[in-house]
Design a protein around this ligand. Structure first.
Ligand code: SAM
Ligand code: DTB
Ligand code: SF4
Length: 384
């Protein structure tokens, strides 16, 4: 028996020894996929279901990554035009001083971070920013305020209602994220023309208390319910890199899958470590984990817009393209996120052009809007 065959025969008698000995064609040791389960397809592939079991979602998450991405890309094509990406621009309208203790956040007053608190901005700068976003191809404008809720903010809320009305009049989708809402506040935002409200569950129910102690998971769900009942689209997703396990990533996706109506939008944020916060030293989450999360969300939430959110500026172009292949179909683009960097419009336009991707029109998943300065057939070379 040749030496190589003898080695293989010996390994076959000791299968546990096989994995560490795996080598690629150049003789380098290769990582073994810790998610070896076979993919499981369902007869209702691509249809919206609210009866997913957590085990089913876990099996999708645990399947070999390329299989999950292929499956997600197929589901994506059953429900969306895969060449369209929604472009959304964010503006922080009230920075810092927040009484919540979210361990990842630069705006929590519980931690000493580089972010300085400021008052609610005036209406005109917001409208200027929205016009600029629209001119750059964004079809959704999202305003964020670092508040637990709107209690005692009567005049601030009136100002925000005007902002919503005016941005909506620009024919853009308008989104806000202002903390907890009562049913009446949600109704007034709807009357002003609000399209969507962002209120993330962030992680699984079990892991949530490790990250935030000043409010409960059920309080999050109550606001989401108020938003839905007011007829506003729900934007609710999560954040990776908090120290959570795969089970928590699955738990988050499973939780939103149980809703009678799935969220219209599911942001996937990756932790941007903020000096001074308890999570400042966390290890970055792997790109494969980001892809697994996006692909699983795409399969389980087939009609939802999956938004590649915070931390995107740390991904190179090929990593972002794989995320689009796995089913992500929205990005935040522009000068800033809330307190962290964003990929600028020009870079994003060039990147999307190189991959044959185009922006969506407002309110129309599947209709395109030509991204300004994009030249089909004559794209700049990738730099990343
Ligand atoms: N204050 C509002 C609230 O909590 O609903 C909205 C703003 S908050 C900044 C929106 C989301 O941004 C959070 O739920 C979290 O998922 C994400 N986020 C906040 N800080 C982040 C960070 N440092 N890195 C990545 N994502 C972050
Ligand atoms: C969401 O899930 N991500 C956006 C948006 N919704 C409001 C906010 C990300 C913020 C990232 C941290 C920062 O810039 O402070
Ligand atoms: Fe406040 Fe939102 Fe930051 Fe939490 S994530 S501290 S609620 S601004």
């Amino acid at each position: 028996m040749a030496a190589a065959s003898r080695t293989l025969a010996a390994l076959a008698r000791r299968p546990q020894a096989l994995a560490p000995a795996l080598r690629n064609a150049r003789g380098h040791a290769v990582a073994v996929d810790p998610h070896p389960a076979a993919p499981v397809r369902t007869a209702t592939e691509g249809a919206v279901r609210s009866d997913w079991t957590r085990d089913e979602v876990q099996k999708i998450f645990d399947a070999p990554l390329m299989e999950t991405i292929y499956r997600a890309a197929s589901v994506h094509r059953l429900n969306h035009d895969p060449s369209r990406i929604q472009l959304c621009t964010l503006m922080n309208i009230k920075t810092g001083g927040c009484t919540e203790d979210c361990k990842y956040c630069s705006q929590s007053s519980s931690y000493s971070t580089p972010t300085k608190a400021s008052r609610l901005v005036d209406i005109e700068p917001v409208l200027k920013a929205a016009r600029e976003a629209k001119a750059n191809g964004s079809t959704r404008f999202c305003m964020g305020a670092a508040w637990r809720d709107l209690a005692g903010r009567k005049s601030g809320f009136e100002k925000i209602l005007t902002m919503v009305k005016e941005v909506r009049a620009m024919d853009m989708e308008v989104c806000t994220t202002l903390g907890m809402l009562s049913p009446d506040q949600a109704r007034r935002l709807k009357e002003a023309g609000l399209s969507a409200y962002n209120h993330n569950l962030d992680t699984s129910r079990e892991f949530y208390p490790e990250v935030i102690t000043t409010r409960t998971y059920d309080e999050r769900l109550t606001t989401i319910q108020a938003v839905r009942e007011a007829g506003i689209s729900v934007c609710s997703g999560g954040i990776l890199g908090l120290g959570e396990k795969d089970e928590d990533r699955v738990g988050l996706i499973w939780e939103v899958s149980q809703m009678d109506e799935h969220p219209e939008s599911f942001p996937v944020n990756t932790l941007v470590p903020i000096p001074g916060t308890p999570l400042e030293g966390n290890d970055p989450v792997s790109h494969q984990t980001v892809l697994r999360t996006i692909a699983t969300a795409r399969i389980v939430l087939p009609k939802t817009i999956i938004r590649l959110a915070a931390g995107r500026h740390t991904f190179n172009e090929a990593e972002q393209a794989l995320a689009f292949m796995a089913g992500a179909n929205a990005i935040f683009t522009g000068e800033n996120m809330l307190t962290t960097p964003c990929s600028p419009w020009d870079e994003d336009k060039a990147m999307l052009g190189r991959w044959g991707l185009r922006g969506m029109r407002s309110f129309e998943d599947g209709e395109s809007t030509d991204v300004p300065s994009q030249q089909p057939g004559k794209q700049p070379e990738a730099t990343a």
